[in-house]
Design a protein around this ligand. Structure first.
Ligand code: UDP
Length: 358
């Protein structure tokens, strides 16, 4: 089986790593890196740590408007697909790279397999939701993390070729347990190593909804600065200037801004922290895997499974609301684990083999 995999953003590298490991040696997999995330600590480090094969195609497309970025990717991916003529085009999650990969392939009559299909927030005002919906509707195989997303697809009339296979993030999470963790320690904006406090909260924030003006981040920082322990925040490049300026202007001295960290370091920060505050889809799942209480600063649920027993709670981008949600300690039942068994990738490969054309 020949597979062209399209990836371009940090969470996609983490998911792609699990699939590539399972596919290696049996199948031919060619990676197209769109370039959506390109900094060394948003891209290279994941290839290095998770031993992802080098991309054959690197498109170098990032920034600009959604349309400009997606259009350029579409053209670049089309060239790669025409040259490779794969049996499958595999796309992950919900970024512009996902959408561009799916559209390029379906127009060439190359079947699309979508990993993390059926995830829904329920509003097209969220840019990732547009990518999810369109990708699902043009995919030949839809791999959902659980039955819940299968139900979402059914409501949209997609009933065939949908398989609940587990969550690739969980495959990677379990795999990472056996890996070396000290490859690239966290550093601040001046490249000084982070001295990890004994107790701290782990914050990530990067969604368009929370980074389009000062207000949401200011509310989040105000909440974090009032907590009983410092906050460690690896800042997404999109937010770097704003985060540094707000900390300076408002004297948020309990917030430690650091550069984005690699996957292993992110898991280390997660496992040792008190609680997580995030707007990341991936990190709220990982908090759930790790049994850490999480507050998600967003107005919609994306992973309802993680909300069980208030282990993950939504908060508005409002300091009081965030503090209120953080205040209560939740009981965590770690036996509830709906995201598979760490063998999602193997299941996907078997289903792709069984559904080959011709
Ligand atoms: N992550 C990372 N380094 C960081 C922050 C997050 O490796 O500095 C990891 C995190 O552990 C999770 C993934 O990146 O595995 C989540 O990606 P992101 O938040 O960029 O995207 P989303 O999941 O919201 O699509």
């Amino acid at each position: 089986m020949k597979i062209v995999t399209v990836a371009g953003a940090r969470p996609q590298f983490i998911k792609a790593a699990a699939f590539s490991r399972a596919a290696a040696e049996i199948h031919e997999e060619i990676l197209v890196h769109t370039g959506q995330h390109f900094d060394a600590n948003m891209s290279d480090i994941f290839f290095e740590e998770l031993k992802i094969p080098k991309p054959r195609y690197y498109l170098g497309i990032s920034g600009g408007t959604h349309g400009k970025m997606t259009g350029a990717m579409l053209a670049g991916i089309e060239q790669a697909l025409l040259a490779e003529k794969p049996d499958w085009c595999l796309v992950y999650g919900d970024t512009n790279s996902t959408l561009a990969g799916a559209l390029a392939a379906v127009k060439l009559n190359i079947p699309v397999a979508h990993a993390e299909a059926g995830v829904r927030m329920g509003t097209l005002s969220n840019p990732e939701e547009v990518n999810r919906v369109v990708t699902d509707h043009v995919s030949r195989l839809l791999f959902t993390p659980t039955d819940l997303e299968k139900g979402n697809l059914q409501k949209e009339g997609i009933g065939n070729n949908v398989y609940a296979v587990g969550n690739l993030m969980y495959d990677s999470y379990l795999y990472a347990d056996g890996l070396q963790t000290d490859l690239r320690p966290a550093v601040d904006f001046d490249n000084r190593p982070l001295v990890l406090p004994d107790r701290y909260y782990y914050l990530t924030c990067h969604r368009q909804e929370n980074t389009c003006s000062d207000k949401p981040l200011l509310e989040i920082f105000t909440a974090m600065n009032e907590l009983d322990a410092p906050t460690v925040y690896p800042v997404h490049p999109r937010n770097k200037e704003r985060a540094a300026r707000l900390c300076r202007e408002h004297g948020f001295h309990r917030i430690r801004l650091i550069q984005p960290v690699g996957y292993m370091e992110s898991l280390k920060l997660l496992k040792r922290c008190e609680k997580v505050v995030t707007d990341s889809g991936g990190l709220q799942c990982e908090a759930f895997f790790a049994g850490k209480q999480c507050v998600t600063v967003f107005d919609r649920v994306i992973w309802p499974q993680t909300m069980a027993a208030k282990r993950n709670q939504l908060a508005r981008a409002d300091a009081r609301d965030i503090l209120n949600k953080l205040a209560a300690s939740q009981k965590i039942d770690n036996t509830y684990q709906p995201f598979g068994d760490g063998h999602t990738a193997e299941r996907m490969i078997r289903i792709m083999e069984e559904n080959m054309e011709g």
